[in-house]
Design a protein around this ligand. Structure first.
Ligand code: ZN
Length: 191
């Protein structure tokens, strides 16, 4: 492969993890039409509540766990349930098939948040803020959907990237409110 081609192949890869201890057993999401429906719910929710809009096209795919592993080779390999990639063709969201509806909705919202960050936040923002904010959005949408235990599990995560970043944003929210979290994430480079 030519170096020139390689450079344009993958610019960013971010993902969602299955760090929650609990699991709910509502019907699994396996097909793209159900996933598209959940993407629309997430889009509307994020636009209405936080003014978050993604202008570029979102390419959503529901894939097997094996396919996700093919796409991602980082340290969290094996725990990933969703993946966001941005390349010369635009935004790509990959969601693992068979997730519960709640988990699928929050994972789609997480990856969609990465697409929004890509258009609205500093490119070189600390990974803990990128993942922490995507987690913060997950917690919000899970509560909206009534999945309180899943939301709590995410908030309790001790992961040094996902959990640490989320805790920073929760502190900002507690002292200054939701709007301050959005403003912070649009400009902050590191916690
Ligand atoms: Zn992520």
């Amino acid at each position: 492969m030519h170096t020139k081609t390689k450079i344009f192949l993958i610019i960013i890869i971010l993902l969602s993890l299955n760090l929650a201890f609990g699991e709910n057993y509502n019907k699994a999401v396996n097909d793209i039409s159900e996933a598209e429906e959940l993407l629309n719910i997430a889009k509307n929710y994020l636009q209405t509540n936080f003014g978050m809009i993604v202008s570029g096209k979102i390419n959503l795919q529901v894939v097997s766990a094996g396919k996700l592993d093919e796409l991602y080779h980082g340290i969290y390999r094996g725990s990933e349930i969703g993946l966001y990639q941005q390349n010369f063709e635009g935004h790509h969201i990959y969601i693992m098939q068979g997730l519960s509806r709640d988990k699928c909705l929050s994972t789609i919202a997480h990856e969609y948040t990465h697409a929004w960050q890509n258009e609205n936040c500093p490119f070189n923002q600390d990974i803990r803020l990128k993942e922490g904010f995507a987690r913060w959005i997950e917690v919000k949408i899970l509560r909206l959907d009534g999945a309180y235990q899943l939301a709590l599990d995410i908030e309790r995560s001790l992961d040094p990237v996902y959990g640490y970043g989320l805790k920073i944003l929760i502190k900002i929210e507690e002292s200054q409110g939701e709007r301050a979290v959005i403003n912070y994430i649009k400009t902050a480079l590191a916690p």
